[in-house]
Design a protein around this ligand. Structure first.
Ligand code: SF4
Ligand code: SF4
Ligand code: FES
Length: 251
């Protein structure tokens, strides 16, 4: 109830949105900040605010939003200095001046739109982040049962939406371009749990047992602070690191 009162009390504010603008594929286009005034409405999300600015003030404004429900992972951006999802951020939770930048690290497409997909695909290919089965799957074979508790644990980690917020909040990723980030380590921790994945400890070590993997992480946990899905990144990184340390002493 408290939150509802706070949001109602704040409705009617005049917001100022300061938005990074740059379209790198246009040679003469220089990076700049544009400022847009906007009347706040009750329950307004940043996605709605940006849509209204695009409809009413600047049709050339670029940003990504697909599902509007925190599921597709496309609307990640830096909101007053903190990576987050535009569709899950209420303007009522922000001050009257809101500054938006695109997520760092990923290729900038235009304004607030970055290409996380290309990076995530490269990550998946590099880590071979899929279940390595003992034999080719057959569509005629019966499903293999899995303990519900284990299935639940795997499902929990599968909730990652590849939004890139954890990478944008990660000091190591900013300094070390080969670092796989919390999203990469989470993918491997999820596969490590899966009994169908036949890769050995040595094979896991080969892909994440170096400074680009678990040993590069400085455990400052910016990733966990900003993950919009509330994924247990700290626990999973520690889990994977323990396993890789164990392997390095017992190869
Ligand atoms: S781990 Fe969280 S922050 Fe990182 S990509 Fe997945 S959902 Fe986004
Ligand atoms: S805990 Fe590791 S992965 Fe997470 S932000 Fe820090 S260095 Fe990056
Ligand atoms: S629009 Fe899909 S997560 Fe925000």
């Amino acid at each position: 109830m408290k939150g509802v009162h706070r949001k109602e009390a704040r409705a009617g504010r005049r917001l100022t949105l300061r938005i990074f603008r740059h379209v790198p594929c246009v040679p003469e286009n220089q990076p700049r900040i544009d400022t847009f005034p906007l009347d706040e409405t009750p329950g307004m999300t940043l996605f709605l605010a940006l849509t209204r600015i695009r409809e009413e003030q600047d049709p050339a404004l670029n940003f990504d939003c697909v599902c509007r429900a925190g599921v597709c992972g496309s609307c990640g951006m830096v909101i007053n200095g903190r990576p987050g999802l535009a569709c899950r951020t209420l303007t009522a939770d922000l001050p009257e001046t809101i500054t938006l930048f695109p997520l760092p690290w990923f290729e900038l497409m235009a304004d607030l739109s970055v290409d996380t997909g290309q990076w995530m695909r490269g990550l998946t290919e590099r880590l071979e982040a899929w279940v390595h089965l003992a034999e080719e799957p057959s569509l005629d074979a019966q499903e293999t049962p899995m303990e519900p508790e284990l299935a639940e644990q795997i499902y929990e980690l599968d909730r990652c939406i590849e939004c890139g917020c954890c990478i944008a909040a990660c000091g190591t990723a900013m300094m070390h371009k080969d670092f796989v980030g919390a999203v990469g380590l989470l993918k491997m921790a999820r596969l490590r749990l899966d009994p169908r994945d036949v890769r050995s400890d040595a094979e896991y070590y080969d892909v994440v047992g170096d400074a680009g993997g678990v040993f590069g992480c400085m455990t400052f946990l910016g990733c966990q602070d900003v993950c919009p899905k509330g994924l247990p990144l700290q626990t999973q990184i520690a889990f994977l690191r323990r396993q890789m340390v164990h392997h390095s002493f017992n190869p």
